[in-house]
Write a protein that binds this ligand. Structure first.
Ligand code: KG4
Ligand code: ZN
Length: 354
């Protein structure tokens, strides 16, 4: 069964074809990131306009690179939410139009659950993907770490899961992005913080971790403010000093040490909670999902605390937003009898929760 999926929840316009929920046939992505960089974050109107320009070429590219036409496609899957309203609208309307014109069933996918399913892709017709040799088995602990979400969930099977905890304020990727701003690094911040952290000492500063009464909940707003206070005091200023002026007075060594210490402590918070959940639920697999899953410190810390044979990391290209993960999740909805949606009435769900 070949599924074409469309994903436009944020600033990536993506379409992909996946066969039988495990074989990647194409993974086309156009990002409007460059257009947002000068504003220091995604501008919703710019993202939506750029989806409109890119969506048809990206769909064409995904079919061409999979050597397919619509005759070969069995179903269409699309990200229905969560995401930016204008961005989601372009993807959902495009997918509904394709479903109607080519008479294919349409499946609506939750973006965050989609991220988890990047871990089920195990073969590729495309070069340059590092994939697992088998699929995760249940019960499966999912560590979901992206720009919009930080949560732990235990999946008992494809349709039944329990949320263990989530962030009470900022997502971890958002905290990386804000720390990057304090350090004067360009958007998207996460990869840039990780890059300069390589030349820093992660034990140089002892940054606080949020203390919460709930075992599996997260909070990254306090740690992010702690980074700002630390940076201000390193240049001999107090909390009144404007955050956007700080980076100009920090040395490269100070920036690298702050980046490394922040990354170490933010990742340690996630890994400590994931290990607690691992011990409590004894899952048969542990999967990492979302943009921050590309972070090497996260992979290293997990590998030193959870047995390697139960751990699954998606290829870096499948960690950040893509449509292959949506097609894969779509496949498991279909084979588990989740009904198709009506293409004439499907609506976006910008605030969809897991
Ligand atoms: O999953 P994603 O592409 O979009 C959302 O659904 O939110 O995640 C994007 C987030 C951004 O905050 C970005 O800074 C972060 O993932 N990110 C990273 C790395 N690569 C991407 N954070 C830390 N280390 C990385 N290597
Ligand atoms: Zn995402």
């Amino acid at each position: 069964m070949k599924i074409i999926a469309i994903e436009t929840s944020c600033d990536e316009t993506a379409a992909a074809v996946v066969e039988d929920g495990k074989k990647l046939m194409s993974n086309a992505i156009a990002s409007s990131m460059d257009l947002h960089a000068k504003y220091g974050g995604v501008v919703p109107e710019i993202a939506a306009r750029s989806h409109i320009e890119s969506i048809m070429p990206i769909i064409d590219q995904s079919l061409k690179s999979a050597n397919c036409s619509f005759d070969d496609i069995d179903a269409v899957a699309v990200t229905q939410g969560a995401g930016l309203g204008g961005s989601l609208l372009v993807g959902v309307l495009s997918a509904a139009t394709l479903a109607i014109c080519f008479n294919k069933p349409l499946y609506a996918v939750n973006h965050v659950i989609g991220h988890v399913y990047a871990n089920f892709i195990m073969h590729s017709e495309l070069d340059g993907y590092i994939l697992p040799s088998n699929q995760p088995s249940f019960p499966m602990l999912a560590i979901i770490v992206s720009g919009g979400h930080t949560q732990l969930a235990i999946f008992f099977d494809h349709l039944n899961y329990k949320m263990l905890g989530l962030t009470r304020d900022d997502a971890v990727g958002e905290a990386f992005d804000k720390v990057a701003k304090i350090l004067g690094l360009p958007y998207p911040g996460g990869p840039n913080v990780a890059k300069i952290a390589l030349s820093g000492d992660k034990f140089y500063y002892n940054l606080p971790e949020a203390k919460l009464d709930s075992l599996y909940d997260f909070s990254f707003s306090g740690p992010k403010t702690a980074v700002l206070r630390l940076a201000q005091s390193e240049i001999g200023e107090d909390y009144n000093f404007p955050s956007f002026e700080v980076s100009k007075r920090l040395s490269e060594a100070q920036k690298a040490n702050i980046a490394a210490s922040f990354q170490y402590s933010a990742i340690k918070t996630i890994v400590n909670k994931a290990v607690k959940a691992y011990n409590e639920f004894q899952p048969r697999s542990v999967v990492i999902a979302g943009g921050v899953a590309a972070n090497q410190e996260l992979r290293d810390q997990l590998l030193s605390s959870i047995p390697a044979d139960v751990l699954y990391f998606p290829d870096n290209k499948l960690c950040t937003d893509n449509a292959a993960m949506i097609a894969t999740r779509g496949y498991y909805q279909i084979i588990n009898n989740v009904p198709a949606v009506d293409p004439y009435s499907i609506d976006i769900m910008p605030n969809l929760k897991m």
